[in-house]
Design a protein around this ligand. Structure first.
Ligand code: MG
Length: 390
């Protein structure tokens, strides 16, 4: 079997979007005095789809969502020539070839997202060639179904926040994640507003629900040092990306403080990227996203190292590439699930682009034993709402 074609296309949403309200989620721009575009990093309104074709007629489907227009150029100009003619079963070699030939600029960020998209398409081919779901190639089932947490609860007025939390309870979720709205430049008043958000949700869901808190890189160490003791009484399962991904020392210090488990890694890449976080005991939960970290080929190495350190891996985002890894690894206890919603911040675009993502029932979702590969197909239903690149 040989790879004979690689096609990378960018799907840009042209339909209506719900503009995020002010302070709907903390983010790295919180530290800048000009907040006029503080939601800028949330506008994920396009997605890269990578199709890899073999001489046996199989088509593998991969994707990534970080700066997809740039990822397309990386795939077209730099990665495609490296994988054409290769046997997809040589996936370790193909991955190293892509990694090493782009080493000077591709190790992290959008270069690695592009490598991830190609790698995912290759794993989709392998599942289809073997006639089995990808999780069976990764070790098979470790759970009868995947427990998932509802991940939304953006900062909003307290009444609608309470209603949204109640709706997840009603749907059978026993775990959910919420966002903060204020950061270091918002002072004590912002701190009180952040605490009110958590207080509201905790009051609705009671003590028997796992509650996770998301900072999305919007705080700094000093602010987090002040906030975590105030939030400890709500007993969150974790607090996520409290500081920027490059602040390894900040992660270490917050973890050492011991107020609550610290999670991170949504914006970290490859085995080498995660090694210091594990080695220096800087996180309690690892949250790579398979379509950024280097695809399944890289993710399974991170999984092995995390297991050795006793740190669970709970990938960022739902989506099939993450679910197959979670299903096949005992050290991945649960997965994230973005409740289906109108297009607002871009996470939802996945549902508009692909068919095949499972819907949770009572807070659990199931993967189909009889669906070869990743189990995704391109959806035609909403295609007219996307502008598609060549
Ligand atoms: Mg996150």
């Amino acid at each position: 079997m040989k790879i004979v074609d690689v096609k990378a296309r960018v799907f840009s949403w042209k339909g209506e979007t719900v503009p995020p309200q002010a302070n709907f989620c903390t983010n790295p721009s919180m530290m800048l005095f000009d907040k006029s575009d503080s939601m800028g990093s949330f506008r994920f309104h396009s997605w890269l789809v990578c199709e890899v074709t073999t001489d046996t007629g199989l088509v593998g489907l991969g994707n990534c969502a970080l700066a997809p227009d740039v990822a397309k150029v990386v795939i077209d100009n730099h990665l495609t020539p490296l994988v054409l003619g290769e046997n997809p079963w040589d996936y370790n070699y193909i991955w190293e070839r892509m990694y090493r030939r782009t080493m000077a600029w591709g190790r992290k960020g959008v270069g690695m997202a592009a490598i991830s998209a190609v790698d995912l398409a290759i794993w989709d081919i392998l599942g289809k060639a073997a006639g089995v779901p990808v999780y069976q190639l990764l070790g098979g089932r470790t759970k009868s179904a995947i427990p998932v947490y509802a991940s939304k609860l953006y900062s909003q007025d307290l009444k609608s926040l309470a209603d949204e939390a109640q709706s997840y309870l009603d749907q059978g979720f026993s775990m959910m994640k919420m966002r903060f709205g204020w950061g270091p430049l918002d002072g004590v008043e912002g701190m009180k507003k952040n605490i009110a958000l958590v207080e509201t949700v905790r009051e609705v869901v009671g003590d028997d629900v796992d509650l996770m808190l998301e900072c999305y890189m919007g705080w700094n160490l000093e602010y987090a040092r002040r906030m975590l003791p105030k939030l400890a009484k709500f007993e969150p399962r974790w607090i996520e990306e409290p500081v920027i991904p490059d602040d390894l020392e900040g992660y270490r210090e917050l973890k050492r403080m011991g107020h609550m488990p610290i999670s991170g890694g949504e914006h970290e890449f490859t085995l080498r990227g995660f090694q210091p976080f594990l080695d220096q005991r800087a996180v309690d939960v690892i949250q790579y996203d398979t379509n950024r970290v280097g695809g399944i080929t890289a993710a399974r190495k991170v999984n092995a190292l995390a297991e050795a350190f006793g740190v669970p891996v709970i990938p960022h985002a739902g989506q099939m590439h993450n679910y197959h890894l979670v299903m096949s690894d005992l050290n991945c206890p649960i997965a994230e699930y973005f409740p289906v919603h109108s297009v607002e911040i871009g996470n939802e675009l996945f549902y508009y682009l692909f068919d095949g993502d499972p819907t949770p029932v009572n807070g659990h979702l199931q993967l189909d034993d009889d669906q070869p590969g990743l189990g995704l197909t391109l959806s035609t239903q909403h295609l007219d709402q996307f502008e598609v690149s060549a």
